[in-house]
Design a protein around this ligand. Structure first.
Ligand code: SF4
Length: 242
């Protein structure tokens, strides 16, 4: 028997939702590209800001072949870094930032990436999203990495009611069992790219539609698609977004 949609008065089955999505999207491409090395996670995440993953990741792989540590990175010229990361969005500014961060890591931290969010956010260009990803993926410490996909889906599901990603991060830290923190970003980013898109979410194909209150989703998204709707179950590499 299908579960009935959750009312706001009931405890929300977020664990069930995340486990279904974790089966649907089992891998995290940021782990594959970076090997969960904190420096590579940091640089790849900076490159990915406002840039599609299919642009970012091949370029990050190319860059890491020549510079996978701060020491190697600062041996590159600004023009070299620009050339390696082109055409990620704002590549000129990001190249400056990558070199400045690498230099500061060497000068102040012995070439090691700090493992706490407060210190990381003192670095130029590093916001809470990036800092949380570095701490969570790079150091395997509790962190909640919230981007626009995580924010949008958590609100559509009806699990939380928040205005922006930062508020969502704090709401999840407060409400979500810490055992689910490592998978929130991994599964919701991919779900946001594949199914629960900002415009025209594919609700009829959604593996967690039975648990979703579809808050703020326009009725058109619930109409029958042409042909038979197929629930998304493909197990492809998960991706990371802004
Ligand atoms: S049912 Fe629709 S709104 Fe809800 S998570 Fe799935 S795609 Fe998103």
């Amino acid at each position: 028997m299908s579960p009935s949609p959750t009312s706001s008065a009931e405890a929300y089955p977020i664990g069930t939702v995340l486990e279904i999505l974790a089966e649907t999207y089992p891998t995290h491409p940021m782990s594959e590209i970076t090997g969960c090395d904190p420096y590579k996670v940091l640089i790849a995440c900076l490159m990915s800001l406002r840039t599609r993953d299919d642009t970012t990741f091949p370029l990050a792989e190319k860059l890491f072949k020549v510079a996978d540590t701060p020491e190697k990175m600062v041996r590159l010229s600004l023009e070299d870094v620009q050339r390696y990361i082109y055409p990620v969005g704002f590549y000129k500014t990001k190249a400056v930032t990558i070199l400045e961060i690498s230099r500061r890591l060497i000068d102040e931290f012995g070439g090691q990436v700090p493992d706490d969010i407060e210190t990381l956010t003192t670095f130029k260009g590093v916001g809470r999203k990036t800092a949380n990803l570095v701490v969570g993926l790079g150091f395997d410490k509790p962190a909640v990495c919230v981007d626009v996909h995580v924010h949008r889906i958590c609100n559509r599901l009806g699990y939380i009611e928040t205005k922006d990603p930062e508020e969502t991060e704090w709401a999840l830290r407060d409400k979500l069992d810490v055992k689910y923190w490592p998978i929130v970003n991994k599964v919701l980013v991919r779900h946001g790219q594949e199914c629960c898109k900002p415009i025209g979410p594919r609700c009829l194909e959604c593996p967690v539609q039975a648990y979703c209150q579809k808050i703020g989703v326009k009725p058109a998204a619930g109409k029958k698609l042409k042909g038979k709707a197929k629930t998304i179950t493909a197990k492809q590499p998960a991706t990371m977004a802004d």
